[in-house]
Design a protein. Structure first.
Length: 147
């Protein structure tokens, strides 16, 4: 007779922060300011950072997470981690951001491919991808409209 396999129960617990204490994103400048505060000034031209902001239906920011810190020419992004965070926080939408240490604000082919993939998964999860912003020490560029 076979052995019984013990199955572990998984429970998801989440306590939403108080909405009145959360910052609301009202425009593109709010997004850029939010992300710039998380990438150290002395690293923005040296290493690539990839971040995600998790938002409520009313665009209050539940939180921001650094998904990856890479080298001067890229960062390895685990899409699963983005959606673990978004689903765990019951986010209605997300905003992506990464920097280009080169200062070039044009999205690369891999930036566009990754964003399309994330947007597709968002559709399956009923999570809106509001924007993907590239920042540098000189400026920023939103390229969600190109996707």
């Amino acid at each position: 007779m076979g052995k019984l396999i013990e199955i572990h129960e998984v429970e998801i617990v989440y306590k939403r922060p108080v909405l009145s204490l959360m910052k609301a994103v009202k425009c593109a400048e709010d997004i850029v300011e939010l992300f710039r505060g998380l990438i150290p000034e002395d690293k923005i031209d040296f290493k690539e950072f990839f971040l995600v902001a998790l938002l409520s239906r009313s665009n209050h920011v539940f939180g921001v997470s650094i998904i990856s810190i890479g080298a001067t020419d890229g960062a390895c992004v685990n899409i699963k981690e983005i959606f673990q965070l978004a689903i765990k926080t019951n986010s209605s939408s997300i905003i992506l951001c990464h920097n280009h240490p080169s200062g070039n604000l044009t999205p690369s082919a891999s930036d566009i491919k990754l964003t399309k993939k994330i947007k597709e998964v968002c559709g399956f999860c009923d999570i809106a991808l509001l924007d993907h912003v590239i920042i540098s020490s000189e400026g920023h560029n939103s390229f969600i409209d190109e996707i």
